[in-house]
Write a protein that binds this ligand. Structure first.
Ligand SMILES: O=C(O)CCC(=O)C(=O)O
Ligand SMILES: [Fe+2]
Length: 289
């Protein structure tokens, strides 16, 4: 018998049709999933406050609009123009905003994993969460085509939760996904990208026969807006689009997995790059020298 555990918030139950769609397509789009006022706005406000704090800390002559959810990042472009490393300082800080951490480990996130994976033991991937800030025309941190598992490990049946904080327009380069590609299983990876030697860690992993492989699938890059959520199977092929707009592309990532997955149990739910794991020691089968 399961003990009765008090829940914090109303359950957001998926329909059987949505669960089936996820298993069939390797992703699921949940429009308006989050409560904007209670779940999204506090995160946007936390980012706004951090931008304000840095402007003051470095005594920069930057005017910031009063806070509004639509323009929460006002001042950020001027900040990185003053010095690019101020952007890195913001990037490292924003994932520590409590409202964001609450969402990452929220009961609604747990519930989604429970429903889709049919498990009673969801887990949050440590270090597997963050807020991406993809600056206009910056390629260095773009994620090349990848599956999530070889970069994160934890469990084979993990799920990426991807949610925009600003409206995702065509020119912002929404994430590109290959529906059904999760059914192809794990793809081996090269650990260095000869074309982009500046890329390191998970960003340097290149799929074996990348071009051929991704062109064998349909590719979609759906638009979205704050409040929306995309779920992606840990084996679904996806890549970053290129942001050619004038605003940074702000998006949240959480990764949850299932403690009961046999592969996860075998690798002791070890983390990937972010956890400093020796990938080849854990999965010699996956890496091509
Ligand atoms: O937002 C992006 O461009 C890439 C996202 C991604 O790879 C992920 O969330 O796992
Ligand atoms: Fe990814």
């Amino acid at each position: 018998m399961q003990p009765h555990i008090q829940t914090q918030s109303a359950k957001r139950t998926l329909t059987q049709e949505q669960i089936d769609f996820f298993h069939e397509e390797g992703y699921l789009y949940l429009e308006g999933f989050y409560n904007l006022d209670k779940e999204i706005k506090p995160i946007q406000y936390g980012i706004y406050q951090l931008i304000k704090l840095l402007i003051a800390k470095y005594d920069l002559p930057i005017e910031q609009l009063p806070f509004a959810p639509e323009t929460f990042d006002d001042g950020y472009q001027a900040l990185i123009k003053a010095r690019r490393s101020f952007g890195g300082e913001i990037y490292d800080a924003v994932k520590q905003i409590p409202a964001f951490m609450r969402l990452v480990a929220s009961e609604v996130h747990e519930d989604l994993l429970k429903q889709i994976r049919g498990t009673d033991m969801p887990a949050v991937a440590a270090g597997g969460y963050g807020i991406r800030i993809d600056n206009p025309n910056e390629a260095k941190f773009r994620a090349p085509w990848h599956q999530e598992y070889p970069a994160q490990f934890r469990s084979m049946d993990g799920i990426v939760y991807w949610a925009p904080l600003a409206e995702m327009t065509e020119d912002m380069g929404p994430v590109v996904m290959c529906p059904k590609s999760h059914k192809g299983g794990l793809v081996r990876v090269h650990t260095k990208d000869p074309k982009n030697p500046e890329k390191t860690g998970a960003y340097a992993l290149i799929l074996e026969n990348e071009e051929q492989l991704v062109n064998s699938y349909e590719q979609i890059a759906p638009l979205s807006k704050p409040g929306d959520l995309f779920l992606m199977d840990f084996l679904t092929l996806h890549q970053s689009g290129l942001n050619s707009s004038k605003r940074s592309r702000w998006s949240m990532q959480s990764r949850l997995f299932n403690f009961r997955d046999p592969t996860g149990m075998k690798i002791k739910w070890a983390g990937g790059f972010a956890a400093g794991t020796d990938l080849k020691a854990i999965h010699p089968d996956l890496y091509i020298d």
